[in-house]
Design a protein around this ligand. Structure first.
Ligand code: IYR
Length: 224
């Protein structure tokens, strides 16, 4: 390593092996209770929770630490409805056949369709953009690196933070989603990547069994 201005590494608590295993397991069990929600209550959620979750997302590692993300937060009924109408417009053609049979077959066990009424009901949409250009200083116009990877990691932090606050989330990916850039007034150098819908689940909310099936360790890992 070359010498650069530095601080001592954050002191991590010095746990025993048993404590580390217990904490890893507790986190796994906590995350295993998260599931995508498509049935929301209109119960309000304080803005401060969303702010904290976005700040947590902002601590994610990123290419050259350029933090190539923007979170456009939508809560007014007018904006939520504009997003709903535009999303349903795209989804109608998607489900009518544009997706192709293989994709539609893959989605069948989830029971999704073009009805996105939850976009009106849920109190918050976080529209996530990846910035092709930027840098760390305000007004920088440099190349950003590993944008999709970096924003994906930040979204993982965001989902974990919101789950930790006992809120339900949905990673909604209307296809195509260029309309999100127009509605949120974002520049051409930004690519909309997903809408994270946030709120309290409806009292009668259900999750499809298909989504509860998670691959076992042997299937998702190899050890060398
Ligand atoms: N964007 C559509 C379709 C959809 C696609 C995938 I891949 C999913 O995992 C779920 C849905 C929709 O939101 O309905």
């Amino acid at each position: 390593m070359k010498p650069v201005p530095s601080l001592p590494y954050t002191q991590l608590p010095d746990l025993t092996d048993a404590e580390r295993i217990a904490r890893a397991r507790a986190f796994r069990e906590e995350m295993a209770t998260r599931r995508s929600c498509r049935m929301f209550s209109d119960e309000p959620v304080p803005r401060e929770v969303i702010e904290e979750a976005i700040l947590a997302a902002g601590t994610a590692p990123s290419g050259a630490n350029h933090q190539p993300w923007h979170f456009a937060v939508v809560s007014t009924p007018e904006f939520k409805h504009r997003i709903r109408l535009a999303a349903e417009n795209e989804e109608r053609t998607f489900y009518a056949g544009k997706a192709g049979q293989e994709w539609l077959d893959a989605l069948a066990p989830l029971g999704t369709d073009e009805d996105k009424s939850y976009l009106d009901t849920a109190p918050w949409h976080i529209v996530v953009f990846g910035q092709r250009r930027g840098g760390i200083e305000p007004g920088d116009d440099k190349t950003n690196y590993y944008v999709t990877e970096s924003v994906g990691i930040a979204c993982g932090f965001l989902l974990a933070a919101l789950h930790g606050a006992s809120l339900a989330t949905l990673t909604h990916t209307p296809s195509p989603m260029g309309f999100l850039r127009d509605i949120c007034g974002r520049p051409k150098t930004e690519k909309p990547l997903m809408v994270i819908v946030v709120g309290v689940p409806a009292a009668d909310a259900v999750a499809p069994l298909h989504a509860l099936r998670k691959k076992p360790l042997e299937q998702i890992s190899s050890w060398h």
